[in-house]
Design a binder for this molecule. Structure first.
Ligand code: MFK
Length: 193
């Protein structure tokens, strides 16, 4: 897949990803970075993704496809699957202790995913070039070694916490800044605030 598109191939002078010394240990469950996040938060319409730290700069996650996630009868919507991949890739932030957002996400839909299936996701950082974080993810049906259903390559861009403060709706930003738990999460990511 590498080289098929512009923007997703790491430059030759890219560096290997570095796991932050304070990153959660392999196997440790990663919490929600924001309670109202569609991917990892705790809300009825969301994905409810549970993510764990893996070895190196990698994570794993599981997500069960429910009736509200359908595109065609009995099958997951492609956008929902892309969101699950995006969220899993975003969780790599926890291991690097940086705040980064998706700049580009390319998804291959390899096979249909039925309602009731559990998608087992795995994501890793492949290379880093300045603020640019090149990463990839795979989703398999019903088991960590099950058939591949979706794959993604992505470019995440490191940002400062100001990215959210300056661009988010005031109502939610004010509520987040007033929540000590939320501020703690943001500060934990931002190594050099
Ligand atoms: C507290 C933890 C939060 C964790 C959240 C994780 C949630 C899950 C992940 C998400 O869904 S995040 C939400 C979806 N993404 C966004 O809303 C991002 C919207 N886009 C932006 O805000 C800006 O476009 C962005 C911050 C990504 C980049 O803008 P900047 O002005 O900071 O950077 P710039 O445009 O100068 O680009 C920096 C480098 O990245 C490259 N780049 C940026 N966007 C690119 C792109 N789309 N494709 C290829 N390259 C890209 C760009 O060419 C450049 O390369 P060079 O350094 O080599 O010159």
């Amino acid at each position: 897949m590498s080289g098929r598109t512009t923007g997703l191939t790491p430059p030759e002078d890219s560096k290997a990803p570095v796991r932050h010394p304070d990153a959660p240990a392999p196997g440790e469950t990663l919490g929600a970075h924001y309670d109202q996040c569609f991917g990892c938060g705790h809300q009825p319409g969301g994905l409810g993704l549970t993510t764990r730290a893996g070895e190196g700069v990698s994570v794993t996650a599981e997500f069960t496809v429910r009736t509200g996630h359908q595109g065609a009868p009995g099958l997951a919507h492609g956008g929902v699957l892309a969101a699950a991949l995006d969220e899993t890739l975003g969780s790599l932030n926890w291991l690097q202790r940086v705040i980064a957002v998706t700049g580009r996400l390319e998804t291959d839909f390899v096979r249909p995913v039925p309602v009731g299936a559990e998608l087992h996701l795995e994501a890793r950082v492949d290379a880093v070039h300045g603020r640019k974080i090149y990463c990839s993810a795979t989703g398999r049906i019903d088991a960590p070694d099950g058939p591949v259903a979706v794959r993604a390559q992505a470019l995440f861009i490191e940002v400062r916490v100001d990215h959210f403060i300056e661009n988010g709706r005031t109502e939610e930003i004010d509520a987040a800044l007033a929540d000590p738990d939320q501020v703690r999460v943001a500060r934990a990511f931002e190594v050099n605030p």
